[in-house]
Design a protein. Structure first.
Length: 89
């Protein structure tokens, strides 16, 4: 990133915390900056980020979490159905 004074102010992403996808397909990531408190966390356009490995890891982990949630919801629905069936006897 280039600061207003014309000097090169590079900030390093420590961690990606969240993601938003807008209707136009633009993705923004909420990032934690290395060396800064969480007070400075901010939303950054994907095209303005230079950390492809962090993005890849974040998306992979997010997919895994979503798959685990789906599995647990299916299991929960199955148990609920069984309990309803037992309750009708």
């Amino acid at each position: 990133m280039v600061g207003q004074s014309g000097t090169n102010n590079a900030y390093e992403v420590e961690e990606i915390l969240d993601m938003r996808v807008y209707k136009n397909g633009i993705r923004k990531f909420k990032v934690k900056w290395l060396g800064y408190s969480s007070r400075f966390n901010s939303w950054i356009n994907e095209v303005d980020m230079d950390c492809p490995d962090l993005i890849k890891d974040f998306l992979k982990n997010r997919r895994q979490i979503q798959q685990q949630k789906k599995k647990s919801m299916k299991a929960s629905k199955s148990i609920t159905k069984k309990l309803k069936t037992i309750g009708k006897r």
